[in-house]
Structures are given as structure tokens and as C-alpha cells.
Write a protein that binds this ligand. Structure first.
Ligand code: KG4
Ligand code: ZN
Length: 340
């Protein structure tokens, strides 16, 4: 019997719900973005985020069931993001998941947001071989993870300061490109000169699989302070291209270093920054040269969504994990109660 899971994601500024069958087939995948609400503040305001989740969650759930053609009573289980993320935002999804599952008398399970991002790769590239190396690059995370199977994942390294997406957003804001600016830097960077400004690449101690992006961010700020106030279109393109190249250089170097060290069979790049076109180009090229297959989810599954939560939830339930009414949100990575 196919297992139809209703999944919910509300860890940051996207209210999302999906219906996924057997951890593979997406019947619906609805995302209500709060970006317009947070844009004028230049970043996510936690209190506004939780209030917006409360307003959006029921219409988003209704739409996910409607598009999937499944009434609530025909669903087999519920999966919900448990953490890491903003506690107030997470609690909205968790409260709804618990109540629905309790009323419907079906099992439910809490999903780690990082595991969910990694699980997005099973929707598109279910042929990926274990063990593989996952690079999770988003607005909140930059981590290298060894993926043993669908539920067992080991953290190898992470950023010591800013996340890659955070660095994109902060630099974009500083050069007047609005929020969130990752996509705009990507677009403008395509027309700029990647070698125009030699921004630094922080490689940390030899062999370290950690990242650091704060030095690069500061170097961009210094460069801007030294140069004139009104940047020309061409200068903005060159800064975008040079900054982006520095980020991608660090990601490529560490990811392939980790894949070799861990003898993994493939590399999966997931999370919002995995939409970046230069990152995709460089990883694909390095993959071809090194003979290590490189996989990306399609862009719509890279940014926060609930379909990936449904995939992770399916594999946890299949291994006997489920939650009870005492389930709570957790805001930080490393407190994963689902670690198999
Ligand atoms: O995964 P995601 O939706 O949310 C988190 O879990 O953080 O990622 C959002 C991040 C933002 O920082 C955004 O600027 C970045 O992903 N992003 C990009 C691109 N598209 C989104 N960064 C670089 N290039 C892109 N094309
Ligand atoms: Zn995310």
C-alpha cells in the first residue's frame, strides 16, 4: 500500500505544505513565501514570521490537499519540521501537525530541517548511491554531511560564522541589491569579471572541513568603503562576480576534499544557494574532471519547501520512528532526536 504523507514546513519564512507518496512522488507542493513581509527590514523578523505562519498555515494545508486530490481522511501520516529554525515559527507547524494527526488517528514524525534539505535529492535523483557527501548551503546553514543511508547522516564540518546564503544576502544589501539578494548577485555576476577583485578565500587549518565567510564579507565592505559611494553598474557586476567566485571556490574545494577523504560515491548540493548558476557550473565541471558524480535538486526543491520534509518523514516512519504528544521544537542543529 502506498503511503501518502502530508508534510509541513514552517522553520523560517516560508509556510509550506505538501502531499508526497512513498517518499518519491510529489502530489502537491505549496509554498507561501513571507519575503514581501520581511523585505523592508532587510532580514527575517522572528515575531512577524510566526504571526504570518499562523495566518497562512491552514489555507496552505487546504491547497496542498486540494491539489493532491486527497481529503485529510485519506492521508496515512504527517511529517513536520521540528528544528533547527525559529522556535516560534516551528511551533506553529508542530501544533497543527500534532492536532491533525491526533484527530485523524494517524502517526506523525518530527523531521530535522537539514535532513529534509538533503532528502530533496531523493525526489529528483533517486539513483544516487550511498554513501554520498551532502553540501547543505542555505541562508541559515553551510554544512558538509556524510549520508550513510536515508536516515543516518554524520556532520563533518560547518561554517564557523556566517552561512553562505547569509553572506550573499549581506553583500547584496550593502551594494543596494535588496533582500534576499542571492539570486540578484547570481544574475548580475554572470555579466561581471570574476577576476576583477581578488577577494580572500578562507581555508582555515589544513584538513579542516569547516567554513568561514565573515572575512570575505568584511573584505567586500572594506572594498566598498575605499571606493566611491555611487557604484557604476559595471562595478556592481564585477563585485558580484568576484564575491560569488570566492564563495564558490571555497565550497568546491572543501566539498571535493571531503568527498575524497570520506571516499563517498557522489556529491549532492542542496539548500537555497544550490540554485546558484555559477555554483552549479563549477561543481558539474569539477565532478566531470574528478569522476565523482554531482547531483542537484531542481531549483524549486532547493529553497525551503515541504515536499522534502515528506521524503525525510517517510524514511523515518519506515524505520519505526514516530512522535508523541510531548514532541517539542528545537532551535539548533545537533539535538536531533531522530538520529538513527
Ligand atoms: O534554503 P533556503 O530557502 O532557506 C534556508 O533554509 O535558509 O535558502 C535561502 C537562501 C538565501 O540566502 C538566498 O539568498 C539564497 O538561498 N539563494 C541564492 C540563490 N537563490 C537563493 N544564493 C545564491 N544564488 C542563488 N541563485
Ligand atoms: Zn532551509
Amino acid at each position: 500500500m502506498a503511503m501518502k504523507i502530508l508534510s509541513i514546513e514552517s522553520s523560517c519564512d516560508e509556510t509550506a505544505a505538501a502531499v508526497v507518496v512513498d517518499g518519491q512522488e510529489i502530489l502537491s507542493n505549496i509554498v507561501a513565501s513571507q519575503v514581501p513581509i520581511h523585505r523592508k527590514y532587510g532580514g527575517v523578523v522572528p515575531e512577524l514570521a510566526s504571526r504570518s505562519h499562523v495566518e497562512a498555515i491552514l489555507p496552505v494545508l487546504d491547497e496542498a490537499c486540494r491539489q493532491a486530490g486527497k481529503e485529510l481522511a485519506r492521508l496515512d501520516a504527517i511529517a513536520v519540521t521540528q528544528g533547527p529554525g525559529l522556535t516560534g515559527s516551528l511551533l506553529v507547524g508542530i501544533a497543527v501537525a500534532k492536532s491533525l494527526a491526533y484527530v485523524l488517528g494517524i502517526p506523525w514524525v518530527g523531521v530535522n530541517h537539514i535532513h529534509a534539505h538533503i532528502s530533496s535529492i531523493f525526489l529528483e535523483a533517486s539513483t544516487i548511491e550511498f554513501p554520498f557527501l551532502a553540501l547543505v548551503v542555505s541562508g541559515g546553514h553551510t554544512s558538509l554531511i556524510r549520508v550513510e543511508n536515508h536516515t543516518r547522516m554524520v556532520l563533518l564540518g560547518k561554517t564557523r560564522d556566517d552561512a553562505a546564503g547569509e553572506a550573499f544576502d549581506k553583500v547584496a544589501k550593502k551594494i543596494g541589491l535588496g533582500y534576499p539578494g542571492g539570486q540578484t548577485i547570481d544574475r548580475l555576476g554572470r555579466e561581471g569579471d570574476r577576476t576583477a577583485i581578488p577577494f580572500p578565500r578562507a581555508l582555515l587549518d589544513p584538513g579542516s572541513l569547516d567554513f568561514s565567510f565573515s572575512g570575505l564579507k568584511t573584505a567586500v565592505l572594506h572594498y566598498l568603503n575605499k571606493n566611491e559611494e555611487n557604484l557604476s553598474r559595471e562595478q556592481i557586476r564585477d563585485i558580484s562576480a568576484s564575491f560569488q567566485e570566492a564563495v564558490v571556490d571555497m565550497l568546491v574545494l572543501k566539498a571535493f576534499q571531503a568527498a575524497r577523504k570520506e571516499s563517498t560515491r557522489a556529491i549532492a548540493i542542496v539548500g537555497g544557494v544550490a540554485c546558484n548558476s555559477r555554483l552549479r557550473e563549477r561543481f558539474s565541471c569539477e565532478g566531470a574532471v574528478s569522476g565523482i558524480p554531482v547531483h542537484f535538486p531542481p531549483p524549486a526543491l532547493c529553497t525551503d519547501n515541504a515536499a522534502m520534509v515528506g521524503v525525510a518523514g517517510f524514511h523515518l516512519l519506515a524505520r519505526g520512528f514516530s512522535a508523541n504528544l510531548s514532541m517539542n521544537a528545537y532551535s539548533r542543529y545537533g539535538m536531533d532526536p531522530n538520529e538513527a
